[in-house]
Design a protein around this ligand. Structure first.
Ligand SMILES: Cc1cc2nc3c(=O)[nH]c(=O)nc-3n(C[C@H](O)[C@H](O)[C@H](O)COP(=O)(O)OP(=O)(O)OC[C@H]3O[C@@H](n4cnc5c(N)ncnc54)[C@H](O)[C@@H]3O)c2cc1C
Length: 451
């Protein structure tokens, strides 16, 4: 796993180790295995349950929604499948690959060949690219690979966009990187720590971890984990509202009046969900500040069902400076005459799209494709859209670490609070991915076992 070895090489993993609770209370081993209450049934919560179960620990999972999986959200459309949440499994995501293998799920190639529509001009694959100042960017990635954390830490103090300016990238290259890279972070690259951004690109696979997809939908992985965790152990529609702890017991109260007692809690919730819970006693002010300040990006995924695949190439995708932002062929390798193109729009574009009624969305997105394919609106049979910026529990798609947050906020948020342990996408060594969320849950469970 490239990024993990990067973290080890740069020493950040050591920071993580110092902060994890494994080393704390080691001498205070409980006589019986603690009963653990897991908050959230996303990849992190299910990862925690998997680890606890394998070690013979008992637990319960409390989930606010009517379904498991959180930000993994597969949607079926007329015999085809698309993802309204997490899409790609990366080449580095070995835990997810193992999960697919063990469960005999098939991973399909989910890579694309990118076209560009920018400044009213359409360019085919291979007909567009960066000018020679991209060498400065490549040198910056090499610098990331060659240096220790201490030398790299100042990069966390500057945003990615300004950093590209400073190293002398041309305006054209910066504009292209903004268009393309903002889809990775879900907001403008002016809101991203240069350390986080360069770390992402220095260690990603050639296709930037956009490599595979689980045939039938990523929810297939979730269903396997949920079944293994034990469906009787997962309490759906249980919105946690109060968590109290004293030296002996943890008590969790839900909005439906149900209460649960346990010895440990693994909190696998996004920060917005955490901030809505009453924690008794409250967190330290530095943790509260981090909870309030870490933002999540706004993404809307809009999947359009077409009566035919007029884009022809199964690996079609396109970056565009129009409202749709990034279009890709969701139903790649799914046998059918019909096909799904998905628009992946971020930031303000996502918000604007999310406000449109369905018919207007159809019209606007057809308009984005019109210069390349002509009038495709009559072939659009249906459209489904999900705006994560408005999701009740997340208010965003994934965490976006702004300047001076990676080395501050993440460390605050990951730190154990009494008998509460924390996990989730936002705390992963390589955040923003299912893989990281899954590993963070397993790590939190290991910490519980050692506590
Ligand atoms: C649009 C989008 C695109 C993405 N693309 C990719 C991708 O291509 N590849 C990739 O690897 N990852 C991608 N991700 C990220 C990936 O989805 C997440 O990293 C991962 O699924 C997060 O898992 P989690 O367990 O940390 O959080 P979640 O999945 O959010 O799980 C948290 C759970 O807690 C529940 N909850 C919230 N509040 C409460 C409460 N008060 N009480 C009880 N339960 C509560 C929620 O309902 C949820 O089920 C994407 C995400 C989005 C939204």
């Amino acid at each position: 796993m490239k990024r993990r070895s990067f973290l080890q090489a740069t020493g950040l993993a050591a920071v993580g180790t110092a902060l994890t609770p494994n080393t704390l209370l080691a001498s205070n081993l409980p006589k019986k295995k603690p009963f653990t209450i897991i908050l959230g049934s996303g990849f992190s919560g299910l990862g925690a349950a998997k680890q606890l179960k394998e070690a013979g620990y008992d637990y319960i999972i409390l989930e606010a929604r009517k379904r498991v999986g959180g930000r993994v959200f597969t949607y079926a459309m007329d015999g085809l499948t698309c993802e309204l949440g997490a899409e790609w499994i990366g080449k580095s995501h070995t835990e997810l690959q193992k999960l697919n293998d063990d469960a005999k799920l098939t991973m399909l190639d989910h890579t694309y060949e990118t076209r560009l529509f920018m400044d009213e001009k359409y360019s085919e694959v291979g007909q567009w690219g960066y000018d020679e100042s991209i060498s400065k960017f490549q040198a910056a990635l090499q610098y990331m690979k060659d240096n220790e954390t201490k030398a790299l830490q100042p990069l966390d103090k500057i945003d990615y966009w300004r950093y590209l300016q400073k190293i002398g990238m041309s305006e054209k290259n910066i504009e292209l990187r903004e268009l393309i890279d903002s889809t990775d972070f879900g907001e403008t690259i002016r809101n991203v720590s240069a350390y986080v951004a360069l770390g992402e690109y220095a260690f990603s696979s050639e296709k930037n971890e956009m490599d595979y997809w689980t045939q039938g939908g990523n929810t297939g992985m979730i269903n396997v984990l949920a079944k293994n965790a034990g469906e009787d152990k997962i309490k759906l529609e249980h919105v946690v509202t109060v968590v109290s702890q004293n030296k002996k017991k943890m008590k969790v109260t839900c909005s439906n009046g149900a209460t649960f007692e346990g010895d440990r809690i693994i909190c696998c919730l996004p920060t917005f969900a955490m901030s809505k819970i009453k924690w008794e006693p409250g967190f330290a002010s530095s943790k509260k500040d981090a909870l309030d300040q870490l933002q999540y990006c706004r993404i809307v995924k809009t999947s359009m069902l077409f009566s035919e695949r007029f884009w022809k190439d199964e690996s079609f995708d396109m970056m565009t400076d129009t409202l749709g932002h990034y279009f890709f062929h969701s139903s790649k390798l799914q046998e059918n005459k019909k096909g799904i193109l998905t628009s992946y729009a971020i930031g303000d574009k996502a918000y604007v799209l999310s406000k449109m009624p369905k018919e207007k969305k159809m019209k606007e997105l057809a308009h984005c494709l019109q210069p390349i394919f002509g009038d495709i609106k009559p072939m659009m049979n249906d459209l489904i859209s999900y705006y994560w910026g408005g999701d009740t529990h997340t208010q965003g798609a994934y965490a976006i670490y702004d300047t001076a947050q990676w080395f501050g906020h993440r460390e605050e948020l990951i730190e154990r609070s009494g008998n509460i342990f924390f996990a989730g996408e936002h705390l992963a060594e390589w955040q923003g991915f299912m893989e990281g969320a899954y590993i963070s849950g397993m790590d939190a469970a290991k910490a519980v076992m050692k506590s």
